[in-house]
Each structure stands twice: as C-alpha cells, then as structure tokens.
Write a protein that binds this ligand. Sequence first.
Ligand SMILES: Nc1ncnc2c1ncn2[C@@H]1O[C@H](COP(=O)(O)OP(=O)(O)OP(=O)(O)O)[C@@H](O)[C@H]1O
Length: 306
Amino acid sequence: MGNKAVVELINVKKQIGKSTIIDDISLKVFQGEVFGFLGPNGAGKTTTIRMMVGLIGITEGEVLINGISIKKNYEKAISNVGGIIENPEMYKFLSGYDNLVHYARMVPKKITKDRINKVVHLVGLEKSINNKVGRYSLGMRQRLGLAQALLHSPSLLILDEPTNGLDPAGIREIRTYIRKVAHEENMAVFVSSHLLSEMQLMCDRIGIIQNGKLVRVETIGDIIDISKEATIRFHVDPLDKALHFLQSFYEKTDMEIVDDYIKISLKQEQIPQCNKGLVENDIRVYGITSTQATLEEKFLEITEEK
Ligand SMILES: Nc1ncnc2c1ncn2[C@@H]1O[C@H](COP(=O)(O)OP(=O)(O)OP(=O)(O)O)[C@@H](O)[C@H]1O
C-alpha cells in the first residue's frame, strides 16, 4: 500500500432540509488499497459517494482527489475517478468489445486499443468480449462495467454495492477482480457494501458508517483479531483484587465488574494464562464462562447476512 492519499474526505457534511444525512466524515484512501465503506441500508453510503463524485453538492467540508477539490475544480478532480455508481449503460445488441470502444470515444482522454485489451484482460472477459452483451450474465455485465470504469486509467475507483444482485460465483469473481485491479494498477478503490463477510475478503481497511457518522475504521488484520475475542466472565473472589491483577496483565483490554463477576474481552488462548495468574495471586476462581459474539454483533449489528 502506498502512503499517498488518493482521496481525502475532510469534515464532509450533507444536510437535506433540516436533516443531517452525513455528519462530519473524514477519511483517506491510499494508493493500491481497497477501502470498504460498510453500513446498513440508509446509513448514508450512496449519499457520501454521490458527493465524492460531484453528483450532489457538499454542504460543508471538502473532498480532495489527488489533492484537487471536487467542489472547486470539478473537471480536473473527476478526471482521476472511475466509478460504477448506478448501473452502467450498456448496449445489449453490441458486443462487450464494441461497448468499450463506444465508451472510449466519449472519454476526453485518448484510449488506445492496447488499453482496451488490457482492461478486458484485467477483468477476465477475454473469452466473451466479442459476444453480445445481451447474452452476458449479470456478473459478466458487472465486470464489463468495471472494465469501462478502468479505461481511462483512473487513480481512484469508486464502486457502490458492486455485488448487489450477483450470485455467489459472481460475487467471488468481482471480488477477485477488484483486488486485482487495486494491486496491478496501483489504484485506490473505494467500495461500499452492507455485508461485513464480503468486505472482509475484499478490503484492506473498512470504515463503518452508521446514521451518517463514520463510527470506526479498522484494518482487516485488526478485524480478524477482534473476531477471535470472546467475552469471558471470571467468577472470582475477591473481585477488586482480581480486577487489579487483570488490569496489570492486560492494560489495554476493556474490563469491568458486573454483579459478582469480571467481564473481559479476551482471546480463547489467553484464558489459561489468566486463570494461572489469578490462582497464583491467591484469588479464588469459582468459574470461567466464555461467549463468542459474532463479528456482526461486535460491529454494532450493522450488517445483514444473506
Ligand atoms: N434527497 C433526499 N432527501 C431526504 N432524505 C434523503 C435524500 N437522499 C437520501 N436521504 C436519506 O439519507 C439517508 C441515507 O441514504 P443513502 O441512500 O445514502 O444510504 P445508503 O447507506 O446508501 O443506503 P442503501 O444501502 O439503502 O443505498 C437515508 O435515510 C435516506 O432516506
């Protein structure tokens, strides 16, 4: 992952009438990185994306693409962006290739034949590119949309729920190609979804949006770590002494006394070590119970599993 921010949202706000739809969102997406924008329906993903590409105005704040303001210098900023925001327009009676040629003519930048062949290869449509789009599956059409968005070599690719309506095989394909273009074209990819399970497999980092607010940003590594943690209840006596010991042992972990036990988030493999320490400190251990919350529960129950 490069450390150049390709897109930067700075305190972005959207007000429609009296309601605040997007509330003070700031984030950066870097070169070569797939950033997942995760949130339930109605959280504000599409609204944010529409502001990022200048389809609707930004009430307050800034969106910079390669350092260029989308508000102040729209044409220049947007020339760096490729996107599938709404369903891409395709001509069903034309082949995939001819659709790309047609689209290439409308782009201000000159698109070479080599570039067309390169994007066809990038999205794995070599075998069917000369077939009529009317015969494509939805997954193939999505990939053709991706090819179209990549034609002018953008540095930022924005995809709004790219797997919507796809079957599992189609989802797997689009996921593979999204990762591939991010890495092979060293592009920043901003992709929205309401499915954590899907984002986990596709993204390097995930930002979670809820009610128009960015509530947390995590790397996939951290998400995997968090997924391994369980809520452990230590039924011990004396409680104060046990809490003191556990706090000295795991200074960064959240823990609290609830009724007659201590509640703490730990990985399973840490339990024996903890128990040993408690016993060695003359704390009586009456019981240890563990409950594994699902990842969805940990992330505020924001996702809906299919
Ligand atoms: N023009 C508008 N006027 C009033 N409210 C709006 C308008 N556009 C969007 N909203 C509201 O803003 C909120 C965010 O909508 P948005 O479409 O951005 O959510 P989303 O996260 O993309 O959801 P989905 O996954 O359903 O597309 C919703 O509560 C929606 O009702």
